[in-house]
Design a binder for this molecule. Structure first.
Ligand code: NAP
Length: 257
């Protein structure tokens, strides 16, 4: 990857007000992309902070509110992005939720909300963005945050793991549909990355040490570990990677024996 290899590109990063999305937005901006920092209602201050940080570092970013679970809001977000930044080259489907819930306590409402945000949101954003990329005629990148949970189960994540398997599958199918337009579609499968999504879990006494013991590289992941992989998949160097998934877990998945 050459420095500023994403100059002249425009990226939309969903759920970029914190965690992995925030790190991805910052990294893509460092590589020269102009970035849409998507956030849900109530996260205006956090999103503004991300935008200010990017602009302070000499980059260009705009915050756009949209609940990715609402197709109408997604359409508005993409239209607003084009109005402000003129084009769209990279979509990062990052927004996601994972409220840890016991199977027997799982309500239909929680189940549906997780499907709506994680999987349906990725569908709405991918369809709206790919229409713009197709019409531009210059290819594009769709990079989606799946999870190691696409490959393994989770006792408190019975609502979540199917969405992550679904996102991986969506990228595989879209790779076929959109490849002819030069739009590559791939997923990233993060392992255990310390963010707000799992902070309560890792705040339990001894939990970090216990889980870290199963990770061969000896540490939890950071949002920056994921942002670097997104920057690579968005680059020219990755132009022949399509329909793939990249497991970024420090070796956790293979450490079975
Ligand atoms: P996080 O810190 O909780 O960040 C999630 C982001 O998504 C937040 O900015 C959140 O906004 C936003 N969001 C939630 N619902 C949204 C909606 N309806 N519309 C738009 N934005 C919404 O979690 P994270 O760890 O960075 O997770 C990012 C992605 O990585 C998720 O898809 C997650 O499933 C995936 N992932 C994470 C891990 C991990 O270990 N952390 C592992 C595998 C995969 P608010 O601030 O309002 O909540």
């Amino acid at each position: 990857m050459t420095p500023k290899h994403l100059a002249a590109k425009v990226a939309v990063v969903t759920g970029a007000s914190r965690g992995i999305g925030r790190a991805v937005a910052s990294r893509l901006a460092q590589e020269g992309a102009r970035v849409v920092v998507n956030h849900p209602r109530g996260e205006e201050d956090a999103a503004r902070e991300v935008v200010n940080e990017i602009v302070g570092d000499g980059g260009d970013a705009v915050a756009i509110q949209a609940d990715v679970a609402d197709n109408g809001q997604v359409q508005n977000m993409i239209e607003t992005a084009i109005k402000h930044l003129g084009r769209l080259d990279i979509l990062v489907n990052n927004a996601g939720i994972c409220p840890f819930v016991e199977w027997f306590d799982m309500t239909e409402e929680i189940w549906r909300r997780v499907q709506d945000v994680n999987l349906n949101g990725a569908f709405y954003c991918s369809q709206a963005a790919s229409r713009v990329m197709r019409d531009q005629g210059q290819g594009g990148r769709i990079i989606s945050m799946s999870s190691i949970s696409a490959l393994v189960g989770g006792g408190f994540q019975t609502h979540y793991t199917p969405t992550k398997a679904g996102i991986r599958s969506l990228m595989q199918s879209l790779a076929i549909v959109l490849g002819p337009y030069g739009i590559t579609c791939n997923s990233i499968l993060p392992g255990a990355i310390l963010t707000d999504i799992n902070r309560a879990y890792f705040d339990q006494p001894g939990q970090i040490q216990k889980d870290t013991g199963r990770i061969p590289v000896g540490r939890l992941g950071t949002p920056k570990d994921i942002a670097g992989v997104v920057a690579f998949l968005a680059s020219e160097d990755a132009s022949y990677i399509n329909g793939a998934d990249i497991l970024v877990d420090g070796g956790l998945f293979v450490n079975l024996q």
